[in-house]
Ligand binder design. Structure first.
Ligand code: SF4
Length: 456
């Protein structure tokens, strides 16, 4: 009881709008009108450095969904017209062709992720067309990791077989919540039988790692409903579980305005939902990994966490690190380690640029040497739960970071000294807040509360 009160007080204190740190500096600080020629030069030089050493990572955004889940904050286009698939794939093929011309050697693909939207909106034949086109002018790295986000309602055995034949061994299903009332409010009707067949089919076809995404903090969720969802999920034993905090940002996600806000759990209940879920995962042989993730000890994500080789990017946590992530498709983000670039966010603008023979980058950021070092602190905390300070940063650390760390230490969330920092068990829940102590940009904006979702 005492522990719960302590948690509650900390949740109140730390429930601030904070980024999820899939990048640093975070997207709101990037600049529009990023120069495409400069981006091409950065990309070319990073490709030359990385390709033969580590290979490259590819993210392809497939934005279409048949119906709108009202909690969704992704870049998506809702349609039931499947004729859109051809036009979109043609644009991706053009974009890949433009990038291929910038590459002096054949690209070695180490990581490939199909994300969305709903990638399984596309027919198996069209996914095969896309993958054939990309892979015919590439080499697949011997330690490759190919993965896809599948919707339990429309992932067919034909999808799974097609992907398996192309080297996909990982799939992530959006489960979110099994409770019929919650599903009705979020407009995602997904009977548990569909989730069960999705994972059983994936395993039967040969997929080696299945992830389930769950969300806590959705409207109408209760302690009893989350327990039921988690227990049902545990009965299927996915290899990984991402247990995300629902981000309520109705000023950017219009569909969230459809919720009656009084149906959202209070921050205190939201914390209880998380703690109950976490307790059940840990009791059932899952381990807590970085921010929001749990995995069984046989899964590569857990092994990478233990070995300290986990990485975090726009694709979430990954076990591979290529040093160059190329994003294709509308709104996709590329990361060269020293620069970020984002594609146009509307299909209209994306098509317009790609069809006129240009890349569709509209926004980006070139990291300074300080950005790169502070990005590493944030990544270390998110991926290893600890970090070590560098001498050249002491002045900034003393002025801007250590005062915040002292506060976090007083609350029992970190243990730190002049050499480095380590998260405590309690600190795990507040990992975004701890990362934010190293974010030198966060305080530059007054409107932070409109840019990021609350930490809890
Ligand atoms: S949650 Fe997924 S399936 Fe639902 S609208 Fe968003 S991207 Fe589409």
């Amino acid at each position: 009881m005492e522990k719960e009160l302590l948690h509650s007080a900390l949740v109140k204190k730390y429930n601030q709008p904070i980024p999820r740190y899939t990048s640093y500096p975070t997207v709101p600080f990037w600049k529009e009108g990023f120069d495409i020629d400069e981006w091409k030069t950065i990309f070319k030089s990073r490709f030359d450095e990385q390709n033969l050493v580590n290979g490259i990572s590819l993210y392809i955004h497939l934005p279409f969904c048949e119906s709108l889940c009202t909690y969704c904050g992704c870049n998506k286009k809702i349609t039931t017209n499947h004729n859109v698939e051809d036009e979109y794939l043609a644009a991706i093929e053009k974009e890949w062709t433009i990038y291929r011309k910038l590459m002096k050697q054949t690209p070695i693909i180490r990581e490939l992720h199909l994300g969305g939207g709903t990638p399984t909106f596309f027919s198996p034949a069209n996914l095969n067309r896309l993958l054939s086109f990309i892979l015919k002018s590439a080499i697949v790295h011997p330690q490759h990791e190919f993965s896809i986000e599948g919707h339990p309602n429309n992932t067919t055995i034909a999808h799974l077989k097609t992907l398996y034949a192309r080297g996909f061994r990982r799939i992530s299903f959006g489960v979110q919540d099994n409770d019929p009332l919650v599903q009705q409010v979020i407009n995602r009707i997904q009977p548990f039988e569909n989730v069960k067949s999705a994972i059983e089919n994936a395993r039967a076809v040969g997929f080696e790692s299945v992830n389930f995404d769950l969300i806590y903090g959705l409207p109408m969720q209760t302690l009893a409903s989350i327990e039921k969802t988690v227990n049902e999920v545990l009965s299927l034993r996915p290899d990984r579980i991402a247990f995300y905090s629902y981000a309520h940002v109705p000023w950017t996600s219009k569909a969230q305005r459809l919720f009656d806000e009084s149906h959202l759990p209070s921050p205190e209940l939201k914390l209880q939902l998380y703690l109950r879920g976490k307790e059940l995962f840990l009791k059932n042989g899952y381990f807590d990994i970085g921010m929001d993730h749990f995995a069984v000890p046989t899964d590569d994500l857990y092994k990478a966490w233990k070995q300290g080789s986990l990485h975090r990017s726009f694709m979430g946590y990954t076990t591979q690190r290529s040093g160059l992530l190329l994003g294709l498709g509308v709104s996709s983000i590329s990361d060269t380690g020293n620069a970020f670039a984002q594609n146009e966010k509307t299909l209209h603008n994306y098509y317009e640029k790609i069809n006129s023979g240009n890349l569709s980058v509209f926004k980006g950021y070139k990291l300074t040497a300080t950005d790169i070092r502070f990005r590493k602190y944030i990544l270390d905390i998110a991926c290893k739960g600890k970090t070590w300070f560098r001498d050249e940063d002491y002045e900034i650390l003393h002025e801007q970071v250590f005062p915040k760390l002292r506060d976090l230490e007083k609350d029992g969330l970190v243990e730190c000294n002049e050499v480095g920092l380590q998260l405590t068990n309690e600190g795990h829940y507040f990992i975004r807040n701890i990362c934010s102590a190293f974010d030198l940009y966060l305080e530059q904006v007054n409107e932070g509360s409109r840019l990021f979702s609350k930490a809890v």
